[in-house]
Design a binder for this molecule. Structure first.
Ligand code: PMP
Length: 438
């Protein structure tokens, strides 16, 4: 990888220092840039659509903390709300009005949700939702899809996406085989395989958990009928249908993928945007299931910092701002995302670079394909057909031109309400120069 080292000198020094005291120098694996080579860029600050690294380089940011920053960095209203709340106390370990306010707002926005429990990360959300599904059904098996990532709980670190995919890791050591054995994986978009599984073991299956867009192996859309088929099948066999909207929630539409595509899951997992850049997750859904959660019911789940006022006010302010005025700010971000995706498709055609570009709402993905007629509809195809080396060259060519993309081919991109038409134009101009070199 030819990376202009002097441009990133301070990041490199920072990384060396971090590696001495933090495993791999990072607190979450994808940050280590194994997917694109070179050393990670250390950030200093962000404002709106931009981030500045410790060497003073500015970037248009399409990672946005991996999705949460729907309004961009340090949105003044959010920053002020957090600061004011911090003056009043950061955590009480006791209920506050803010939790009910955010709960109400989410229930108004997301069609299937009747009750919600806040936690501190997406990992906690999916882990708790699965415990609830097992409690509700008295069954043990979980069905997940290869290349989908639902956080790092033991039973979900099986054939997972995101950093596990980037690093090409086998299933993680430390997960007891007995736990892994209760998670059955199926290729994404393969409804027939799910039907077979239910036909054979339907009475043992507690839940099917799925990303409505598989955005932790790049950006793979569900085939028509796939998600509704899962809904129908889980219903028929008495299993819980869990839609993991940690990434798609408030990103593909105000009501998430379920509103966009008319899905009615039993449980929904949320995270990222719901905390406006502070650590939050949530699991939510039908009252009949949520009422099983302690203290309303017997299924235990708790958290010292759960529903803490800083995270609640950041989430509330983010959602209110994005969706005020009939969602004008959100719609503008959707338009820009569409323009960006169309621009990339057009460049691919003009420079004869085989691409698979996807976009829904404010999310997008761009695979570089090994062959012009290759297609990616699941994880096996992503591994076989995505040209990760070309992506790595593209990533660094864009970074040099002031555009920060996900440092891995197997991750999605995000646009914020702070991005402007000029940012998209500048990004496409940079991409054109990069494509000319590829
Ligand atoms: N579910 C999905 C769909 C995700 O994309 C992620 C994280 N990217 C998670 C769950 C886990 O969330 P967290 O990193 O907050 O634990």
């Amino acid at each position: 990888m030819s990376v202009a080292t002097e441009r990133y000198a301070r990041s490199q020094a920072n990384f060396a220092a971090a590696q001495a005291v933090i495993p791999g120098g990072v607190n979450s694996p994808v940050r280590a840039f194994r997917g694109v080579g070179g050393t990670p860029i250390f950030f200093d600050r962000g404002q709106g659509a931009y981030v500045w690294d410790v060497d003073g380089n500015r970037y248009i940011d399409y990672v946005l903390s991996w999705g949460p920053l729907l309004l961009g960095h340090a949105h003044p209203t959010v920053a002020q709300a957090i600061a004011e709340q911090a003056q009043r106390g950061t955590s009480f370990g006791a209920p506050t009005e803010l939790e009910t306010e955010l709960a109400r707002l989410v229930i108004d926005l997301v069609p299937s949700i009747e009750q919600i429990r806040f936690v501190n990360s997406g990992t906690e959300a999916t882990m708790s939702a699965l415990r609830l599904a097992r409690a509700a059904t008295g069954r043990r098996l979980i069905v997940k899809f290869t290349g989908c990532y639902h956080g790092h709980a033991d039973m979900l670190l099986v054939q997972a996406g995101s950093g596990v995919a980037t690093l090409g890791l086998p299933d993680s050591p430390g997960v007891p085989p007995a736990v892994a054995a209760e998670t059955i994986t199926v290729e994404y978009n393969d409804l027939d395989a799910v039907a077979n599984l239910f036909a054979n073991r339907g009475a043992e299956i507690a839940a099917v958990i799925v990303e409505p867009i598989a955005a932790n192996m790049g950006f793979v859309l569900p085939k028509p009928g796939f998600l509704s088929g899962l809904r129908e099948m889980t219903q028929r066999y008495g299993a819980i249908f869990i839609l993991d909207e940690v990434m798609t929630g408030f990103r593909v539409a105000p009501g998430g993928a379920q509103a966009l595509w008319g899905l009615d899951p039993d449980l929904t997992c949320l995270g990222k945007v719901i905390g406006g850049g502070l650590p939050v997750g949530a699991y939510a859904g039908k009252r009949q299931y949520m009422q099983l959660v302690a203290p309303a019911g017997p299924m235990y789940q708790a958290g010292t910092l759960s529903g803490n006022p800083l995270a609640m006010i950041a989430g509330l302010t983010t959602l209110r701002t994005a969706f005020a005025n009939d969602g004008a700010a959100f719609e503008q971000a959707v338009t820009l995302t569409t323009n960006l995706a169309n621009g990339l498709r057009d460049l691919g055609t003009r420079y004869r670079i085989p691409l698979q570009v996807g976009n829904v709402g404010t999310m997008f993905g761009c695979y570089f394909l090994r062959h012009p007629d290759a297609q990616i509809t699941n994880y096996a195809e992503a591994k076989a057909n995505a040209d990760t080396q070309r992506y790595a060259r593209f990533f660094w060519a864009m970074a040099e031109r002031g555009v920060y993309l996900a440092p891995s081919q197997f991750e999605a991109g995000f646009v914020s309400t702070a991005h402007t038409a000029a940012d998209i134009e500048q990004t496409l101009a940079a991409a054109e120069e990069a494509f000319a070199q590829l």
